[in-house]
Design a protein around this ligand. Structure first.
Ligand SMILES: *Cc1c(COP(=O)(O)O)cnc(C)c1O
Length: 459
């Protein structure tokens, strides 16, 4: 029996996108501007230059250029591991007995193990082009640090990574991969920065958080000559670079004569989701199509589903600009038993605005349910998914099961952002039954909300 649609569809090099798509150019209303933390006035692009490399600061503030050229050198690097395949999950469909057609875009086929390399490469490229001599960043689970270590090694840029302390202890092999690519790794919070020392003096046993690590990395960048800070999610520039995921998916689906009815992505800071949905959201904004778009987040760190849409700091030490976003408060620390990634307190301002305006939905799922879906998926499709990605799998399975009830043959597209090989401790906890679900109480969340900065709304 011949199948019309292949299991895996790869674009040719010629078909690969040569420009990123800037979703903001088609948004009816823009997200609220980021604010300078000193003046509480909208930040100017020049004010970002001490922290970010100039090209990236410009991309951060660019609300109008619809398509932005991918530098040729970056296109060449992309060709080492892209295009990523669009895969039809035939076996999963069969095992679920669903009439739905399930597609996923797999971003885990590179050494960094996730989509993060898509933005690490241009960020290191622009820094090198500007003549910077080092970069700093933070990493949580380690994927971003790994991707950036690869990119910096390629462009010969020294890199310091502040790694969230619990991950540093739980994921020693992530550290080794980063060190293989020459990065310097510091567990955060650390004694090497003023903000790290302050956080440690308040809570010496803290396991750290992304918010703390960001504060340390920013401090290191602004106090080191010719050094800048780079971030792997949340920012507008990162969503721009990640649009490569959605652009490739859309071309591939067009070749198959398909269009997704439902698009699903996991959401930590929102970069893979923002990238995957970008060209489909464009259709939605322009009235050309109306797919359902679903963000999936952990019940233990529920920024969209239980957070507040408010101005907040992007870090715990309150040194970054303020962004209006769905947030749990920059002091929020996810429970230590949460193994599934996606631990950031805030959410991309672009996605926050689109969610607030009703263009997308969000669901929160508990981690044992996520790992149940991960194991089921691994057996059907022979890919061991990252726990983060398995949030999207969970929601895709749930939607496919709804189709089974209603008999509707919907087309589902989800983002499979990474491989799970670095997360075997978490798989182990699930398999030996020691994993539990943690859902913060309203009172837990209120503590984070109480510390939100009081800022009058600026529109
Ligand atoms: C970092 C990461 C995520 C979450 O980050 P986003 O910015 O929300 O995309 C999801 N999956 C994997 C594998 C990751 O490494």
């Amino acid at each position: 029996m011949s199948k019309k649609i292949p299991h895996r569809l790869y674009l040719t090099e010629d078909q690969m996108p040569k420009q990123w798509y800037n979703l903001r150019a088609d948004m009816k209303e823009q997200a609220a501007p980021i604010l300078n933390p000193g003046t509480l006035q909208p930040a100017t692009v020049e004010e970002l230059y001490p922290v970010f490399c100039e090209k990236l600061a410009q991309q951060e503030m660019d609300h109008t250029t619809r398509y932005i050229d991918i530098p040729e050198e970056v296109q060449e690097f992309y060709k080492m591991y892209r295009p990523s395949p669009l895969i039809r999950a035939y076996n999963l469909e069969k095992a679920l007995g669903t009439p739905a057609k399930i597609y996923f875009k797999f971003e885990g086929n590179n050494t960094s193990g996730s989509h993060k390399l898509n933005s690490a490469i241009p960020q290191a490229y622009y820094a090198k082009e500007q003549g910077l001599t080092s970069l700093t960043t933070e990493t949580g689970a380690g994927q971003w640090g790994t991707a950036l270590a690869e990119a910096c090694s390629y462009y010969n840029l020294p890199l310091t990574v502040f790694m969230v302390k619990v991950s540093y202890e739980q994921k020693p092999f992530r550290k080794s991969v980063m060190q293989t690519f020459g990065a310097d790794i510091i567990p955060s919070p650390s004694e090497t920065t003023q903000v790290g020392r302050m956080i440690l003096s308040k809570d010496p046993n803290t396991g750290g958080s992304l918010g703390c690590a960001i504060s340390e990395a920013v401090e290191k960048a602004v106090t080191t000559p010719n050094c800048r800070y780079v971030l792997g999610s949340v920012l507008n520039q990162v969503l721009l670079h990640q649009s490569i995921i959605g652009l490739e998916s859309k071309i591939a689906m067009e070749m198959l004569d398909e269009y997704p009815d439902i698009i699903i992505g996991c959401a930590g800071g929102g970069s893979n989701l923002g990238g995957l949905i970008a060209p489909f959201m464009q259709d939605k904004l322009l009235g050309k199509a109306n797919p359902r778009i679903i963000a999936v987040e952990p019940a233990s760190c529920p920024s969209f589903t239980r957070g507040k849409y408010a101005y907040d700091f992007c870090d715990t030490g309150k040194v970054t600009p303020l962004a209006k976003m769905y947030t749990l408060g920059s002091s929020f620390m996810p429970s230590a038993n949460h193994a599934g990634g996606l631990r950031y307190h805030g959410m991309s301002p672009i996605l926050s605005k689109l969610y607030d305006d009703g263009y997308m939905e969000a669901v929160a799922v508990e981690q044992t349910k996520v790992f149940e879906a991960a194991v089921f998926f691994a057996k059907q499709e022979t890919i061991l998914p990252a726990p983060e990605s398995a949030h999207a799998i969970r929601a895709a399975i749930d939607e496919a099961l709804k189709c089974k009830e209603t008999g509707e043959a919907k087309t589902i597209l989800f983002g499979l952002t990474g491989t799970g090989y670095f997360d075997m401790t978490a798989y182990n906890a699930y398999l030996n039954g020691s994993m539990s679900d943690y859902v913060p109480s309203d009172a837990d969340l209120q503590r984070g909300f109480d510390q939100l900065p009081k800022i009058p709304d600026i529109q």
